[in-house]
Design a protein around this ligand. Structure first.
Ligand code: SAM
Length: 247
């Protein structure tokens, strides 16, 4: 698999990171016996849909040479950088990111206590000291001064539509921070809606990347939103409102 990482992401995991990926896979299979964590259990599918896909979203930050061209990327790779993964579920994309970016402080957020309990045990087993968890709703965490405007990167995959994800991520970012929204399909119409939502939240769409996964050639998109200015205090709105009335 090392060659395929290199060929597709121009990066490859070291031995420790490969061991951590293997342990992550085994612990998730074990956890799946008690909890409904993921329907993806085949090793190749797990590699493509959970490991590769998680890292594809931050691939520009894995490339040290490329990152030197961007002041934001340099900052994101610094040891003090903080990342929050919203609606992490069984830990995706946050855990693979924390495994490969050992200097970044990763916070995994989910509203389900059982999933967070599972991740806490998993993190103890794999000994990933740069990753921590928090239980809560993104709407409440985004209004909590301990978390609001406190992160350099916010990731979110398979949680809600893009405007809702923008309302969950942008309030948590410092100015200059980056939201990474992982999507399957994407249309021009959706870009227009997202643009308007992003502006209301103090951000701007920086880029939208379309790509195919390396084994099954499935189409995916990553949306990158830059935090430009403070998010108005009224956002995120109360629990449930972003999904009921997306911006
Ligand atoms: C379909 S799972 C996706 C899990 C993971 N991100 C992935 O891609 O495999 C969605 C997760 O988001 C969590 N979630 C949904 N709404 C949330 C909210 N408002 N705040 C925090 N977590 C939320 C759910 O508990 C669930 O674990």
């Amino acid at each position: 698999m090392v060659e395929i990482w290199q060929k597709t992401l121009n990066w490859e995991p070291n031995t420790q990171q490969q061991d951590n990926f293997q342990q992550l896979y085994e612990l998730i299979l074990q956890g799946n016996r008690q909890l409904n964590l993921t329907r993806i259990t085949d090793p190749r599918e797990f590699w493509e849909k959970h490991l590769w896909d998680s890292l594809r979203g931050i691939s520009s930050l894995l490339l040290s040479e490329k990152s030197k061209t961007s002041k934001y990327s340099q900052h994101l790779l610094s040891s003090s950088a903080k990342l929050i993964d919203i609606g992490t579920g069984a830990g995706f994309p946050g855990i693979p990111i924390g495994i490969v970016a050992e200097n970044i402080n990763v916070k995994l957020l989910d509203s389900t206590q059982k999933k967070i309990n599972f991740i806490d045990t998993l993190l103890t087993n794999i000994q990933l000291s740069n990753i921590r968890t928090v239980v809560g709703r993104a709407e409440a965490i985004g209004q909590n001064p301990q978390h609001r405007e406190n992160y350099d990167i916010a990731t979110v995959r398979a949680v809600s539509n893009a405007s809702v994800c923008a309302e969950y991520t942008l309030p948590l970012l410092k100015q200059g921070g980056l939201a990474v929204i992982y999507r399957g399909s994407w249309t021009e119409e959706e870009t227009n809606t997202l643009q308007s939502a992003t502006q209301k939240l103090g951000g701007a769409i920086e880029s939208i990347e379309r790509f195919t996964t390396p084994l099954t050639q499935s189409v995916r998109h990553c949306l990158y939103l830059r935090k430009i200015t403070h998010t108005p205090a009224k956002f995120p709105r109360a629990v449930g409102i972003p999904t009921q009335k997306p911006l």
